[in-house]
Write a protein that binds this ligand. Structure first.
Ligand SMILES: Cc1cc2nc3c(=O)[nH]c(=O)nc-3n(C[C@H](O)[C@H](O)[C@H](O)COP(=O)(O)OP(=O)(O)OC[C@H]3O[C@@H](n4cnc5c(N)ncnc54)[C@H](O)[C@@H]3O)c2cc1C
Ligand SMILES: NC(=O)c1ccc[n+]([C@@H]2O[C@H](COP(=O)([O-])OP(=O)(O)OC[C@H]3O[C@@H](n4cnc5c(N)ncnc54)[C@H](OP(=O)(O)O)[C@@H]3O)[C@@H](O)[C@H]2O)c1
Length: 461
C-alpha cells in the first residue's frame, strides 16, 4: 500500500466525528481541529465556541432511531426525542467507544485554510500555528451563522424593545410578561413560540408563508419512522402523508395559520407536537408577515398592529466558511456546488461533511459520507470526470429548484433514504473506477506529500 495522505478535519460536531471515525478505522492519518473544549457542536448548550443554537429545553425533532449512528445505538433508556444533554453525551460516548479522542485537537480553531500549489493545504490556527495536510474535510456546521431578515424591516432601527435571532435565544426567562412577536414557520419558530406562550403576556407567530405542521407522533410512533422506501415516488408519498396529516389534525387554516401554497414535499418539515394546541388555547396568535416596526409595536402585512416588547427572528442560517478564501469556495445565498453534497469538483483535495439538510437526521448521512471519503483517501473510490460531476450537480440543482419552494433554506435538501441509497450506489460505481485505475497503475487520487512532520510547523514569521 502506498503512503496515505494526511487529512485535517475542521469541526468535532456530529459530522466531524462521523468522518473522523471512518478515517480512524481505516488507519488514515488525520487530525480533527475543534474550536471548543468539547465534542458535540450545536448540541452543547452554552458551548464555549459561541456557535451553538441550543436552548435550555431543546429536544431533537428527528427521533432517536433516525438520528443514531448505525453501529452505536443510543441507550434505550433515552426517550424517543431526547434532550440536548443526552444528545451531547451520546456524541461524547461515541468518540470514546471508537477510541479516537486523542486525534481531536480541542480549542484549536482554524482561522485560515489555504490551498497550496501542490494541491495540499496550509492551515493556520487561532494561536498562529501552521499545519500542512494533503486533504481538508470541512465539518464546521451550517446552523450557527444567523440569517437576519435582509433587508431589515422598515422601522427596525426605531424599535425600542429587544430584537434577537433564534440563535441567541436560550430560555423564556427574558420573555416573562412581555408582548412577543416570533417570526418564521421553521422549527425554531415553533419551539420558541411555544416556550414564549407559557410566560409571555402575548405571543404572536408571524409568517410570510404557510407550512404543513407535522406532529412528532402518528399512530403512537415517531413520525419519521413512517418514511416510505426510496422507491416510492416523492409526489405519491407526499400526497399520502398530507391526507394522514389532515385526518390527524385537520387543515392548518382551521387554526388561523396561513394555508400552505405548496405540497408537503416542497419544504423542509416543520415538526411540532405542541404548536396547534397552544394556538387552540389562544396562547399563540397567528399573524401574517411583519410589515414594519415602530418604537413599541409591530405592524403586520394585513395592517393589524400589536404592542411588542420583543421580536424574535427565527429566519434561518447562512452557510459560511470564514477560514476559506471565497474565491476558492463560498455559498452565496446558501448555494454551493458540490458533487453528491461532498466533493468540490475543481478541488480534489477538499470535501465537506454534514453539509446537507435532510428530511430525516444529518448524522447517519455524515456517516455514509465519512465511509465514502475513507474509500477515496485509500484509493478504493474514484471520482468521475469533472465534466460528469458538474453535469450531475446541474441535474440535482434543477431537480431541487423544481421540487422545493424558492428559499435560502432549500439549497442543500436531500431525502434521507434516497440520499443514503444513492451515495452507496455512487460508492460502488467509484469502486469500479478505482479498480480500473489501480490496474492502470495510477497513483492515489490524493497524493501524500505533506508528511507527518507537516502537521505542526513553526509559527510563521
Ligand atoms: C436548534 C436546532 C435544532 C436542531 N435539531 C436537529 C435534530 O433534531 N435532528 C437533526 O438531524 N438535526 C438537527 N439540527 C441540525 C444540526 O445542524 C445538526 O443536528 C448537527 O448539529 C450538525 O452537526 P455538525 O457537526 O455538522 O455541525 P455543528 O453541530 O454545528 O458542529 C460544528 C463543529 O465545528 C466546530 N468548528 C466550526 N468552525 C470551526 C473552526 N474554524 N475551527 C475549528 N472548529 C470549528 C464547532 O466548534 C463545532 O463543534 C438542529 C439545528 C438547530 C439549530
Ligand atoms: N427541535 C428541533 O429539533 C429543532 C428546533 C429548531 C431548529 N431545528 C432545525 O434547525 C434548522 C434551522 O431551522 P430554523 O427554523 O431556525 O430556520 P429555517 O428552517 O431556515 O426557517 C426559517 C423560517 O424563516 C422564514 N424567513 C426567512 N427569512 C424571512 C424574512 N426575511 N421574512 C419573513 N420570514 C422569513 C422562512 O420562510 P421561507 O420558507 O419563506 O423562506 C422560514 O419559515 C433546521 O434544520 C431545523 O429543522 C430543529
Amino acid at each position: 500500500m502506498p503512503q496515505l495522505p494526511t487529512v485535517a478535519i475542521i469541526g468535532a460536531g456530529s459530522s466531524g466525528i462521523a468522518a473522523a471515525k471512518a478515517l480512524h478505522e481505516r488507519d488514515i492519518p488525520f487530525d480533527c481541529f475543534e474550536a471548543s473544549d468539547r465534542i458535540g457542536g450545536n448540541w452543547v448548550f452554552a458551548n464555549k465556541n459561541g456557535m451553538s443554537a441550543a436552548y435550555r429545553d431543546l429536544h431533537i425533532n428527528t427521533s432517536r432511531e433516525r438520528m443514531e449512528f448505525s453501529d452505536f445505538p443510543m441507550p434505550r433508556s433515552c426517550p424517543d426525542f431526547p434532550h440536548h444533554t443526552d444528545i451531547a453525551a451520546y456524541f461524547d460516548a461515541y468518540v470514546d467507544h471508537f477510541g479516537f479522542r486523542d486525534k481531536i485537537r480541542f480549542e484549536q480553531a482554524i482561522v485560515r485554510a489555504e490551498l497550496r500549489d501542490d494541491g495540499g493545504w496550509d492551515l493556520q490556527d487561532a494561536a498562529g500555528e501552521r499545519h500542512r495536510f494533503d486533504m481538508l474535510l470541512v465539518a464546521n456546521g451550517h446552523h450557527w451563522d444567523a440569517r437576519w431578515p435582509e433587508p431589515a424591516f422598515p422601522g427596525a432601527d426605531t424599535f425600542e424593545g429587544m430584537q434577537l435571532h433564534a440563535h441567541e435565544y436560550r430560555d423564556n426567562g427574558v420573555l416573562e410578561r412581555k408582548d412577543v412577536v416570533v417570526l418564521g414557520m421553521g422549527n425554531s419558530a415553533m419551539d420558541i413560540a411555544v416556550e414564549a406562550s407559557y410566560v409571555a403576556r402575548s405571543t404572536h407567530l408571524a409568517a410570510r408563508r404557510g407550512a404543513w405542521i407535522v406532529p412528532k407522533y402518528l399512530f403512537g410512533r415517531p413520525v419519521d419512522q413512517f418514511a416510505p422506501s426510496h422507491r416510492v415516488p416523492v409526489k405519491l408519498a407526499a400526497k399520502a402523508f398530507e391526507i394522514l396529516l389532515r385526518l390527524n389534525a385537520g387543515p392548518v387554516e382551521r387554526y388561523g395559520l396561513p394555508k400552505p401554497d405548496h405540497p408537503i414535499s416542497a419544504t423542509h418539515p416543520t415538526v411540532s407536537g405542541r404548536i396547534l394546541d397552544r394556538i387552540a388555547h389562544g396562547a399563540i396568535v397567528p399573524r401574517p408577515n411583519i410589515a414594519r416596526l415602530g418604537p413599541d409595536h409591530v405592524q403586520f402585512a394585513d395592517g393589524t398592529q400589536v404592542h411588542a416588547d420583543v421580536v424574535i427572528y427565527c429566519t434561518g442560517y447562512k452557510i459560511s466558511f470564514p477560514f476559506l478564501d471565497p474565491a476558492l469556495v463560498s455559498a452565496p445565498a446558501n448555494r454551493i456546488e458540490l458533487f453528491r453534497r461532498v466533493f468540490s469538483p475543481p478541488h480534489p483535495t477538499l470535501a465537506f461533511v454534514g453539509l446537507v439538510q435532510p428530511i430525516g437526521a444529518i448524522m447517519p448521512l455524515a456517516e455514509v459520507q465519512g465511509r465514502l471519503l475513507a474509500d477515496y483517501l485509500r484509493g478504493a473510490y474514484r471520482l468521475p470526470s469533472r465534466a460528469r460531476m458538474l453535469a450531475d450537480i446541474r441535474r440535482e440543482n434543477a431537480a431541487m429548484r423544481k421540487r422545493y419552494v424558492a428559499s435560502t433554506r432549500h439549497t442543500i435538501q436531500v431525502d434521507f433514504d434516497r440520499y443514503r441509497y444513492e451515495l452507496e450506489r455512487e460508492r460502488r460505481r467509484g469502486a469500479a473506477r478505482a479498480a480500473a485505475a489501480r490496474r492502470a497503475g495510477k497513483a492515489l487520487p490524493v497524493p501524500a506529500l505533506a508528511g507527518e512532520a507537516g502537521r505542526d510547523q513553526p509559527v510563521a514569521a
